[in-house]
Design a binder for this molecule. Structure first.
Ligand SMILES: CC(C)(COP(=O)(O)OP(=O)(O)OC[C@H]1O[C@@H](n2cnc3c(N)ncnc32)[C@H](O)[C@@H]1OP(=O)(O)O)[C@@H](O)C(=O)NCCC(=O)NCCS
Length: 133
């Protein structure tokens, strides 16, 4: 599965909404018996550390010594980094143009089973939890 774009209004971020959107995708790809998901992640806080090379910035986010509004949350959900993408968002002042390819592997994938073609849409309840401090 390829994930294009998900966004939560800033006032509602870090309260579990993005996590539920991501879980809904994981549920769909498990129902379809897909191998996993590939997505682009805009490294939205790179502009706060422009003195670092993009490789060093990403390394520090992965190590947990630096928090990135997008990438840290995606890593927390089990995504892993595949590669850095220059010109992901050209001229973007937040990411300085960079993104990374992130990959999530479906732990329940059964290669011997054919991927399913049809899914039944699930119903999701969105209960906000308290903000992170
Ligand atoms: C990326 C985005 C959709 C995430 O949505 P969100 O509602 O803020 O995400 P959540 O609150 O569900 O957090 C996701 C995970 O990160 C963790 N997390 C959230 N805020 C955190 C913080 N400040 N510190 C540490 N972990 C944090 C959560 O615990 C959660 O994991 P869990 O469910 O396993 O506990 C949102 O930040 C966004 O809209 N960003 C801007 C738009 C954008 O650029 N989208 C992505 C394009 S690549």
């Amino acid at each position: 599965m390829y994930g294009v774009e998900s966004a939560v209004l800033p006032a509602y971020r870090s309260r579990g909404v993005g996590s539920m959107l991501m879980q809904a995708r994981f549920d769909v790809l498990k129902q379809l018996n897909l191998r996993g998901m590939v997505a682009g992640s805009a490294i939205i806080d790179y502009h706060t550390a422009p003195h670092l090379s993009v490789e060093q910035y990403v390394r520090e986010v992965v190590a947990g010594v630096r928090f990135d509004t997008n990438l840290s949350k995606q890593l927390h959900k089990g995504f892993r980094i595949h590669n850095i993408i220059p010109n992901y968002l050209p001229d973007d002042p937040m990411t300085l143009g960079y993104g990374v390819t992130i990959v999530w592997r479906n732990p329940d994938y059964q290669p011997e089973k054919r991927p399913q073609a049809v899914i039944q849409p699930g119903q999701y309840r969105f209960n906000l939890r308290p903000s992170h401090p």
